[in-house]
Design a protein around this ligand. Sequence first.
Ligand code: NAD
Ligand code: WQD
Length: 338
Amino acid sequence: MNILLTGGAGYIATHTCLELLAAGHEAIVVDNYVNSCPEAVRRVEELSGRSVPVYEADVSDRAAMDRIFEENRIDAVIHFAGLKAVGESVRQPLRYYRNNLDTTLTLCETMAAHGVKRLVFSSSATVYGVPDEVPLREDMFCKGCTNPYGWTKYMIEKILGSVCEADPEWSVVLLRYFNPIGAHESGRIGEDPAGIPNNLMPFITQVAAGRLDHLNVFGNDYDTPDGTGVRDYIHVVDLGRGHVCACDYAAKHTGCEIINLGTGVGYSVLDIVRTFERVNGIRIPCEIAPRRPGDVAACYADPSKAKRLLGWEATHTLEDMCRDAWHWQSMNPMGYRT
Ligand code: NAD
Ligand code: WQD
């Protein structure tokens, strides 16, 4: 299939792009580089030995999107483009609602106008809000999100559900990612956050690289085995493979499916720190800090629907995730700017 990746220069999209190319698909990228750079796609081309057409455009620019659909025969779209920083979304809610909703609406209108009706969307475990119980299943009622970013994902899920209800030819897979970490084993592509990282693993790798002094552990008094927050960390290459399976699924089915992509295993902050230290032989100085507002104690997936519908399950271990995250950071201490 020819698959358009919106936000295709980003962290998850570049890893997905490599997996799509390896599975025999063609990829086309559109990105406005608000949180990425052209070098990332150049490295995907280098690793795959394939060329990937890239359009620098905002996905909410209808004329630019029409041009992409006119110049390429597109069979399916994976919609990664979006702003994703939780804290920033609290400070800049309108920017988040505008960007994440407008891109989705414009994309769907463009797809409909060009007769393309297969879509895989980057949703998030954040839509589960504060869970009553774990593991999280797709059919659980989402009582509400804790931040505007989460609400954008929740709203987009509803919009795409309505699109499928109105036109039974559409096929939409809403992938709820848990906590993607790690990098391609080559160390050539990886996560390159702007400024001080919000997320745990890039923060740890920047401490290991000497860019940051120590890790603040946000709370050690949660109701979890060691008191620190528990999450379902998933290797980004496993996540990329999940998208290949979702595209195959969308080609054979219609309607809207919500699917968790996680491992089903929860690890605490201290599990991650200790595993990172052991695998890479680097000490990560830690200080216990207050809980971060909006954090939940534990969040991990029931991934059985992904296995049942997509035939997908995660194969990488936590050791792989820690090793590959550090390999990327140590080879690229300043990210793509090196
Ligand atoms: P990322 O920031 O690396 O990738 C997003 C890409 O979208 C970037 O390249 C950015 O430049 C691009 N973009 C944003 N707005 C755009 C616009 N208007 N037009 C064109 N391009 C635009 O983030 P990521 O971690 O790779 O996440 C990809 C998707 O997965 C996002 O939708 C994110 O919300 C979602 N997601 C991420 C996580 C995570 O922890 N990384 C978890 C769940 C869901
Ligand atoms: C993981 C754990 C922190 C940083 C976020 C979004 C979610 C999804 C994935 C997009 C928590 C602790 C973190 C630090 C710490 N993204 N931590 N010190 O919050 O589970 O999920 O990314 O959809 O929507 O909310 O991920 O990596 O920020 O935190 O102790 O410096 O690490 O408290 O327990 P989170 P995270």
